[in-house]
Design a protein around this ligand. Structure first.
Ligand code: CS2
Length: 493
């Protein structure tokens, strides 16, 4: 067997012919987007859309400069440095059709911990018109209880003390915008691509409250010179497994140290609120709308909530992947019931999109056996996911005296999940920034079920709602005595 070729600019034109390689001349691409957080998700989604626009429509003015700010991102820094920003995107549809493509839209890369000044200078450069972000829910440093920006968060407090050696995105942006203002450079659009409600507004609020604390004189200029479009981002992107790297080597003779696997369905809906000229992403399927809220509610409350539900129930049952849980008739039946009875009544129709179709496609996406999306990825940071994906539905349903049974069941199941042992008696890790708190509250709930609902940062005052607590208590005592499967069947079949 011939040797596999390292993925880099030198080899990209002589790779296996079954792989789609870029046809554009990379030297012609001008960087005008700086993206912070070069996660798998960014590489499957925004960088993919930009690649398509360059490739199919010769849009050479919007190359991406990838940036990571966290020490823990050193691996992607090393990989992208060695691979000249190139990586393989393997798209797998539910019928087993795979597409393997080299993505070439990340034309530069900077790593904050290595050289913070270089990052600040790049962000301040007049060529950069859009700064986009995937920094995950916890990157916004919101206070868990008030939902406001947390000035006392250790990373934020550190940046306030050492503004010239920032660690957080807010510290970096403040320095970059100070330079822009000083040098008479125009502002730019800050485009959040995270799975949080009103992601643009949230970013604006967090950033502006940081600036009003550290550099209030900058604020009026920022208000005039930045926009923060809200956006809805959607593509299922699992963690890359060693077998994915091996398969690429075996089947395509490509040595890519960090390829990305993703589902074939993808969607990106953005509020059209850009400061400067923006890429014509609509040419590659992006939708521009006036108000993101109904689209965002649909996605967070159906897809992300659906994932969380399959994650919790599936893990308790001993499953390891989303598709195993989704192909179990009892669990998918439970989820369909949740969507129809508890989520659908809370959603409002959206323009140019059928929520019914979205929901149906979603089930097929969850069942896709080729993706191998792990339940442990889904259950990671559930303490941030449950309040964002499930509790808003509960709140809306309770306000209208409508059913919350399945949501209460999920919360009860999540309480048991935090015991850390599945129905086969196998233990698993609880990966959550407040795992200690969760485990302690779940332990106390054996005596008093409400103890779990007393985690105020998650449930706020839900522990005082009689309708919810009654159902939750009933379910929890049953779930503690029976398997999750028996419980689903007993209450919902
Ligand atoms: C998942 C998301 O993290 C999660 O819990 O639901 O990562 C999901 O796969 C993406 O939002 C899909 O668009």
């Amino acid at each position: 067997m011939p040797n596999a070729l390292y993925l880099n600019m030198e080899n990209v034109d002589v790779l296996n012919k079954d792989v789609t390689t870029p046809s554009f001349d990379r030297d012609q691409v001008v960087t005008s987007i700086a993206h912070i957080g070069v996660s798998n998700f960014h590489r499957a989604h925004q960088a993919y859309y930009m690649h398509e626009l360059i490739e199919k429509h010769n849009e050479l003015n919007f190359g991406i400069c990838g940036i990571d700010l966290l020490d823990s991102d050193r691996k992607i820094y090393n990989v992208l440095k060695d691979q000249d920003g190139l990586y393989t995107l393997i798209t797998k549809d539910p019928n087993g059709l795979h597409q393997t493509k080299i993505i070439s839209s990340i034309v530069e890369y900077f790593f904050g911990p290595e050289n913070p000044m270089a990052v600040i200078e790049r962000l301040a450069n007049p060529d950069i018109h859009i700064i986009s972000l995937t920094i995950a829910e916890d990157g916004y440093h919101l206070n868990e209880i008030t939902g406001e920006f947390d000035q006392n968060h250790p990373a934020v407090a550190e940046d306030i003390k050492n503004p010239f050696y920032p660690k957080t995105v807010f510290g970096y942006l403040t320095q970059a915008f100070k330079l822009r203002k000083l040098r008479g450079v125009s502002g730019c659009t800050i485009l959040s691509c995270d799975n949080i409600k009103s992601n643009g507004d949230t970013m604006r609020q967090s950033f502006f409250s940081y600036v009003s604390n550290v550099d209030p004189d900058l604020l009026p200029w920022l208000i005039e010179n930045t926009t923060f479009p809200n956006s809805m981002v959607d593509r299922i992107t699992p963690l890359t497994q060693p077998q994915d790297i091996d398969a690429l080597k075996q089947d395509f003779l490509i040595e890519d140290r960090w390829p990305v696997i993703c589902g074939s369905f993808s969607s990106w809906i953005i509020e059209d609120n850009f400061l400067n000229e923006r890429p014509q992403w609509e040419k590659v399927g992006v939708q521009f709308v006036k108000n993101i809220e109904p689209y965002e509610n649909m996605k967070l409350q159906l897809l992300n909530a659906g994932h969380t539900i399959l994650g919790i129930l599936g893990t308790l049952n001993g499953y390891k992947t989303v598709h195993e849980a989704a192909n179990d008739e009892d669990f998918i039946g439970f989820l369909k019931g949740y969507m129809d009875e508890e989520v659908m009544p809370t959603l409002v129709p959206v323009k140019n999109l059928s929520i019914e179709d979205y929901k149906t496609t979603l089930i097929t996406r969850f069942k896709n056996p080729h993706i191998n999306d792990s339940l442990s990825r889904i259950c990671t940071e559930s303490s941030a996911k449950i309040p964002a994906f499930i509790l808003p539905t509960v709140k809306k349903q309770l306000l209208k005296d409508k059913t919350i049974d399945r949501a209460a069941f999920v919360v009860a199941a999540w309480c048991k999940y935090n015991d850390g042992v599945d129905d086969m008696d196998n233990s698993y890790n609880i990966i959550d920034s407040i795992s200690n708190k969760l485990i302690r509250a779940a332990a106390l709930s054996h005596q008093n079920p409400i103890k779990f609902l007393e985690i105020e940062s998650i449930f706020k005052d839900l522990n005082t709602n009689e309708v919810f607590t009654k159902k939750y208590t009933e379910y929890l005592s049953y779930i503690r005595e029976h398997s999750i499967k028996e419980s689903v069947i007993n209450f919902f079949k």
